[in-house]
Design a protein around this ligand. Structure first.
Ligand code: GLN
Length: 493
């Protein structure tokens, strides 16, 4: 037990819903506690880029008024959800942790934001991230570093590092992140919380600043699998404003989580337990395999032979899409405009040179290169073909098993600055999450222990739109362990 477990802000959404229903607490008390916790302790974490306290409390009061008049909107009514600063909230700043969007105010709500409001959730906070979600340590934010709540000398992971750290630190029971190549799952693992990257298309991307449109997905971060299921329920579903949002009806995720049971057939990909996997992380993941075996699940060694090609494939496709998506930040339409410009071309060139950080520039240059005539076929078209092969490998394996079990990250959370000079080492850290993104499959990251005081997670990868089986299996593991109840003690810095 740590000091933080007493506070409302560090409780699970499920617990808060019960307390709200029994009138033991009000939404305003919960919101006040979140604000108090952030004001007292975010100086040592750096999860939030900002928040509008007045707006937050107004939403809480409205939720309390609804409850008092006997109408509630379901289990998230009155429960705070903080958002990665890549998701639009009407009349609030949206920076994507980039100087290029400084001063920009969203004129509308993203679909996920609107859906959260319809569910009664209190939408609050702008959470730190790697600039335009490019990175895996949150150190690429133009504004501040986020620290791992379990050990502040270490990174929380990224790019949704603020989203994972804010939940882990007990600042908000729930948050949303985005995942293009691992950016929900990896920070969730590093901060000891649950994170879901839904099937590509399960959640609308409307109003979410685009990084790589064929990969980007919004998803929940939470203390428990049940909380993550509730949050996914609120945001999933078709959207006429996003042509890639799938029309399939949304199942009842919590019901699926509770009614599906072991034994399952679980695949263990040989290539994911090869060279480069930290021994202590491997041991934690092996203990998860042992748990499922003891539950009667059958464990099958499987092969995903193109695993080693996935990172290179991703860095062609994701950068190509990013170079196109980020062309809109031209100094004219959004945010930062250079004051040094003397003609129109200078406005574009200088605004972008001043506004983007190094990693974003690197990706725009790489993406422009792979799309240029002469290289398009050699790189971009070939990468698309390899992407299909990677997906085919997964689909073949998922024909034989119900899910695939894997590590999330090959190492425990790195020390801040540890990989700052080595871009390739940063890229290779996503070997276990990127293939799943390229295949468009759902993945969930679940805490499974600690290595030297820092959290480690495991990943379950499922069939398209089969989030329910992943939730059920993750829930079974969570129920048998106490990781979901642990909270870090934040040492004041
Ligand atoms: N770390 C990967 C990258 O830098 C993935 C980021 C993400 O999922 N947004 O692109």
């Amino acid at each position: 037990m740590s000091a933080t477990t007493d506070s409302l802000a560090s409780k699970t959404a499920g617990e808060l819903a019960r307390l709200l229903d029994s009138r033991e607490v009000s939404s305003r008390e919960i919101a006040m506690d979140c604000l108090a916790r952030v004001n007292a302790a975010d100086a040592c974490v750096g999860a939030f880029l900002g928040f509008d306290a007045e707006d937050f409390l107004r939403q809480a009061d409205a939720a309390d008024a609804r409850r008092a008049s006997g109408v509630t909107r379901g289990p998230l009514d009155g429960v705070p959800v903080a958002l990665k600063d890549i998701i639009s909230v009407e009349n609030q700043p949206l920076t994507c942790a980039s100087k290029i969007l400084r001063g920009y105010i969203s004129p509308y709500d993203a679909t996920v934001t609107r859906k959260l409001r319809e569910a009664g959730a209190l939408v609050w906070g702008r959470l730190n991230m790697d600039e335009f979600a490019m990175g895996s340590s949150t150190e690429n934010s133009a504004f501040q570093k986020t620290r791992n709540p379990w050990n502040q000398n270490h990174s929380p992971g990224g790019s949704s590092g603020g989203s994972a750290a804010a939940v882990a630190a007990g600042f908000t029971p729930l948050s949303l992140g985005t995942d293009t190549g691992g950016s929900i799952r990896q920070p969730a693992a590093h901060c000891g919380v649950v994170g879901i990257k839904p099937t590509y298309g399960r959640v609308s991307r409307y109003g979410v600043a685009a990084f790589a449109s064929s990969l980007d997905q919004v998803g929940p971060l939470a203390h428990t699998v049940g909380d993550a299921a509730l949050l996914l329920q609120a945001i999933a579903g078709p959207d006429p404003r996003d042509g890639t949002a799938l029309a399939n009806p949304v199942p009842d995720y919590r019901a699926g989580m509770l009614t599906r049971h072991a034994p399952w057939k679980i695949g263990i990909p040989r290539e994911y337990f090869a060279r480069g996997l930290h021994a202590a992380v491997a041991a934690r993941v092996q203990s998860v395999v042992d748990f499922y075996r003891a539950q009667g699940c059958s464990i099958h060694e499987v092969s995903l032979p193109r695993t080693a090609d996935a990172v290179a494939t991703y860095y062609i496709i994701a950068t190509a899409e990013a170079s196109s998506n980020l062309a809109r930040y031209d100094g004219i339409r959004y945010g930062h405009r250079s004051t040094a410009a003397t003609d129109a071309v200078d406005v574009y060139a200088l605004s972008r040179a001043e506004g983007f950080g190094d990693e974003v520039k690197r990706r725009v240059i790489l993406g422009t290169y792979v799309l240029s005539s002469g290289y398009y076929d050699a790189y971009y078209v070939r990468a698309q073909k390899v992407r299909t092969l990677i997906r085919n490998d997964f689909m073949r394996v998922l024909n034989e098993v119900d899910m695939v079990l894997a590590p999330v990250s090959p190492t425990p959370p790195e020390r801040l600055g540890e990989k700052s000079g080595d871009v390739l080492a940063q890229y290779l850290g996503d070997v276990y999450t990127i293939p799943v993104s390229l295949a468009g499959l759902p993945g969930i990251s679940v805490p499974c222990g600690f290595v030297e005081g820092l959290p480690v997670g495991f990943q379950l990868i499922g069939k398209p739109l089969d989030e329910e089986t992943l939730l059920a299996a993750a829930h079974a593991f969570e129920e048998a362990h106490d990781f979901a109840a642990r909270r870090p003690v934040l040492a004041a810095r």
